[in-house]
Write a protein that binds this ligand. Structure first.
Ligand SMILES: [Zn+2]
Length: 111
């Protein structure tokens, strides 16, 4: 049976330092990129687990961008078989720098 459950996906624009949500039915396919409603530039799909920093929090946005550039879009990283065996995303840029090395194998290629 086709799964028609709609999911909210977060899209983030690095120009505006903003995110917005769109609803998708996963089986219909979900775009990796959408036009930002504010600047019409690219905004990127960060999936269902993304919590956007405040617009004014440049440091946090820099960290998000850094993770993004390394193939991490807040996808769940499972290191075990249980539902709880997921890795928490880094809080700071310093943690993020270690994180992208440690979990390199989980980085995704988007193109
Ligand atoms: Zn924008």
């Amino acid at each position: 049976m086709k799964d028609c459950t709609p999911y909210n996906m977060a899209f983030a624009c690095f120009e505006c330092c903003k995110s917005f949500k769109r609803e998708f039915v996963l089986t219909d396919g979900v775009p990796l990129e959408l036009k930002c409603p504010e600047c019409a530039g690219p905004s990127y799909n960060f999936g269902r687990h993304f919590k956007a920093p405040k617009k004014s929090d440049a440091r946090q946005w820099k960290k998000v961008r850094f993770l993004f550039d390394h193939g991490f879009r807040f996808q769940k990283i499972r290191i075990g078989s249980g539902d709880k065996d997921t890795v928490a995303y880094p809080e700071t840029m310093d943690q993020a720098k270690k994180f992208v090395i440690e979990y390199k194998a989980y980085a995704r290629e988007y193109d």
